[in-house]
Design a protein. Structure first.
Length: 136
């Protein structure tokens, strides 16, 4: 329970208030495949994974975040790589995510990790790209 509280607290620092209800719901429904990274008992990065489609075995990276003090140090990349590997090892075939269209750095990171843009989505607060990575 403390982990979920920590994710929500950091998420509220990183995301707009309009996103908090969705963040709470995603945290409540997150799979065990979600990952966190703590340094000296402080949450510095998280990836919230939800199941998008049980039939097609598609996972969804609902929220990813890195504490601003720890950004640019590779923690987010490392955690994402571990998370993606765990998702595919668990038998999921596809992973999808939304990335805000203005967030070029995040989009480039996802592209380096093998994601491709497959469409556009309008969230309540911003336009997003729908990205997808298909397992081997």
């Amino acid at each position: 329970m403390a982990v979920k509280h920590d994710i929500l607290s950091l998420g509220q620092k990183l995301f707009l208030p309009e996103e908090w209800p969705s963040l709470r719901k995603s945290i409540h429904e997150m799979l065990d495949l979600s990952r966190t990274l703590y340094i000296q008992n402080k949450l510095v990065a998280f990836v919230v994974v939800n199941q998008l489609d049980s039939i097609d075995r598609c996972a969804f990276l609902s929220y990813c975040g890195v504490d601003p003090q720890y950004q640019g140090k590779g923690y987010g990349s490392k955690l994402l790589k571990e998370t993606l590997a765990g998702i595919f090892q668990a038998g999921f075939h596809t992973i999808r995510l939304h990335v805000d269209d203005w967030n070029v750095d995040a989009r480039k990171l996802y592209e380096r990790l093998g994601f491709h843009i497959i469409g556009n989505v309008q969230q309540s607060h911003v336009s997003c790209f729908l990205m997808e990575k298909v397992g081997n």
